[in-house]
Design a protein around this ligand. Sequence first.
Ligand code: NAD
Length: 432
Amino acid sequence: MAAKKSTNRKTSRIAGFHKLERLARLEAVAKFAGLKAATKKHFAETGNLPSEIAERLIENVIGTMNVPIGIATNVIVDGREILVPMATEESSVVAAVCNAAKQCRNSGGVTTSNSGPLMIAQIQLIDIADPETARQKILERKSDIAGICNATDPLLVELGGGFEDIEVRVLQTAGGPMVITHLIVDTRDAMGANAVNTMAENLAPHIAKWTGGRTHLRILTNLADRRVARARALWKAKSIGGAKVRDAMMAAYHFAAADPYRATTHNKGIMNGISAVTLATGNDTRAIEAGAHAFAARSGQYSPLTRWEVTKDGDLAGVLELPLALGIVGGATRAHPTAQACLEIMDINKAEDLQSVVAAVGLLQNFAALKALATVGVQKGHMALHAQNIAMMAGAVGAEIDAIAKFLTKSGTVRQDVAEKELARRRNKIAK
Ligand code: NAD
C-alpha cells in the first residue's frame, strides 16, 4: 500500500528556536501543539527552580517538571541520625525506607564504606599494527601522562585529587585490534565526568604520537568500578516478625540470585531509593543507573546488587555494593537550589558521605521490598496512594480525592471506571 501523503502542515523545524527567550519558545510550542491558555500558564511558572537557572542547565527550556521530595525518617548511617530527602514520583518508595530503617535501628542502622572517589576515562586507539608494543609504550609514559592530566585540572590537584594510575588493555574487536587506555583519576567531591573527559581529550594526541596509531573515542566509563560504595545492616529476627518472615525473605532473595528476570526487578527496587536521592541532590541518575546495572552483570549473569544471609544468631544480614559516582560539586549539584537545599538537610559536605547515604538507602529499600513481597505483597502498601492517583485520574478534586480513594480501597476495586462512576454518583447526589 502506498504511503499516505501527509496533509499535516505543522513543522518541527523551528529555525533559531534555541535563541528565543523561554516564553517565546513556549509560545512557539503552544502554537505548534494548540495548547490552551491554562496549559501555557502551567508551563510558564517554573516553581522553585528560577527560569534563569533552568535555562543554564539544559537547552531549549520551556518549563520545569516538579517531582515531590519526601523525607525518609528513622535512618542511621555510620552512627549518624539523618533525614534523607528523596525525589520520586512513585508512591510507597519513601515509606518503605522509613519502615526498613525503623526495623534496624536497634542494631545500629547501616554501616558503610567505599573505595575512594576514583573515576575511569577511556581513550580508544585504533589503526595500530602492533598493539602489544603500543600498550607498553603507553605504560612507559606513566609520569608524562600524570603531568598532562594534572595540568588539565590544577584545582582538582590542589584539592588532593588528580591522576592516580593507568591501565592499558588490548581488545580484539570485529574492527581489528584496539588499545584502550584507562586513566584513573581521583575526582574528590565531583562526579568527575567533565574533569576526566577533558583529561582524556588532552592526552589523546600524545598517545597517538607515542604509538603511531589513531586515537578515537575519549570518554569516561560509567562502569565506575573503582568508585564502589558498600552498605551493610543487620535486622534482628525478632524485630522483623520472626524466623518465618526472615526465611520468606531469604527465599525471595534466592529467587533473585538464581534468575535474571527476578534480579532485574529486585535491582529496580534498589534503584527506587538510589535514584531518588541521586535526583534530589542534582546528580546524574542515568550515570548511576548505567553503572549499577553493568556492575550487576559483571559476572556474566545479571545478578542482585544486594546479598542476604542468616547470621549464626538467626538474624538477617544484608549487604549492598555498587558503583556510585556522585558529586556535591559540578553538574547540577551546585547550580540547582533544591539540590543544595537537600544536601543542607543531610548536612553533607563530602561526596563520600553522600555515597554512604545513597548506598544505605538502596539497602533499606531492598529490605522493605523483599519483606513486602515475601509477606503481604507490595500492592497492599501501594494501594492507599494508588487509589488517590486513580481518584484524580477519574477527575476528583479537593475533598473528593480522599473520599473516592477511600471508597475504592474499601470496595477492593481500585479502578478508574469504578472511580468515575462513584464520582458521578456523588456529584449527582450533591446537585439534587
Ligand atoms: P564539573 O566539571 O562541573 O566540576 C568538576 C570540577 O570542579 C573539577 O574538575 C574541579 O576543577 C572543580 N572542583 C571544585 N571543587 C571541587 C571539589 N571539592 N572536588 C572536586 N572538584 C572540584 O563536573 P563533573 O563532576 O566533572 O561533571 C559532572 C557532569 O557531567 C554531570 O552533569 C554529568 O551529567 C555530566 N556528564 C556525564 C557523562 C556520563 O556520565 N557519561 C558524560 C559527560 C558529562
